[in-house]
Design a protein. Structure first.
Length: 282
């Protein structure tokens, strides 16, 4: 369905749609990164379509929206995509009638309810086990998840993230818990929902209503953000304000179309090349 296109440098504003990762790209912790607010406003002034893409499983889209607004970035819930909102689409479109056992945060419960996904606490009734970051994960939850999978439920990872960075360090994320269930059940994960999966890409492009080559994916992680764009034919930009560096490109072999110090490059470019719409307002 998707495929990597030949790399071709294009002007920064030569896209109809822009897809931004959040943590490490738009903000770090509770602070917006330099140039982030100006960049988003610049693109809105040029009538560009914008979406924010995160692999979080601990916040609802409303909570993410509220955080962005507090940082000075106006947005709507429908402009935000999370691993959980994609999971809701996954169960509606690819597994209708599923009964899903949830191992994750309260946000997971809320998003599945919003997507009208049927859930269950009974491992014997579950058709799927959806796993996300769960700070209350314990031996009992491991046992329930293991028994559901051993009884025939398909193991679904909300994202492939092994750890989650915090301002004070890192904590285990979704993939660490998934691996525990795989080990205990002796069965493998059936599907992964979050970036860089094809499910995530399909959801985003549908919401943006654009062709892949019309979209620029901007993020700080090569193996999720840039790989999502590369594998689907989007253009990609790596920002060096978060997880990965230029050296990471050599290590992973994943090459973005652009490498920027930060998202602020877009706002800086706008000051050099104001759009016709901006010129008319001056």
């Amino acid at each position: 369905m998707f495929g990597r296109r030949e790399s071709q440098v294009r002007p920064i504003f030569d896209f109809t749609s822009y897809l931004f990762d959040l943590d490490g790209t738009i903000y770090v912790g509770g602070k917006a990164l330099p140039g982030a607010v100006d960049t988003i406003q610049t693109l809105r002034d040029r009538d560009k379509k914008i979406m924010f893409a995160t692999n979080t499983t601990v916040y609802t889209r409303e909570e993410v929206r509220d955080k962005l607004i507090q940082l000075g970035i106006e947005c709507e819930r429908d402009e935000i995509v999370t691993a959980l909102s994609v999971a809701g689409m996954y169960f509606r479109h690819y597994a209708p009638g599923a009964k899903v056992l949830l191992i994750g945060s309260d946000a997971m419960t809320e998003e599945m309810k919003f997507s009208e996904v049927d859930t269950t606490d009974d491992p014997m009734l579950a058709t799927h086990v959806l796993v996300g970051l769960d700070r209350r994960f314990d031996f009992e939850k491991l046992t329930v998840g293991m028994n559901a999978v051993r009884s025939g439920a398909l193991l679904i990872a909300a994202n492939p993230d092994p750890f989650c960075p915090l301002e004070t360090g890192v904590i285990p994320d979704t993939w660490a818990l998934v691996r525990a269930i795989e080990t205990a059940s002796m069965l493998q994960t059936h599907d992964i929902i979050g970036k860089p999966s094809r499910y995530y890409a399909s959801y985003v492009l549908h919401q943006l209503d654009c062709r892949p080559e019309e979209c620029l994916m901007v993020g700080d992680r090569l193996e999720t953000d840039v790989e999502l764009g590369n594998s689907t034919g989007m253009y990609t930009a790596l920002v060096l304000s978060g997880a990965d560096s230029k050296e990471s490109i050599v290590r992973t072999g994943i090459e973005p179309d652009y490498v920027w110090a930060s998202i602020g490059v877009i706002a800086e470019e706008a000051r050099l090349q104001p759009s016709s719409k901006v010129k008319e307002q001056i």
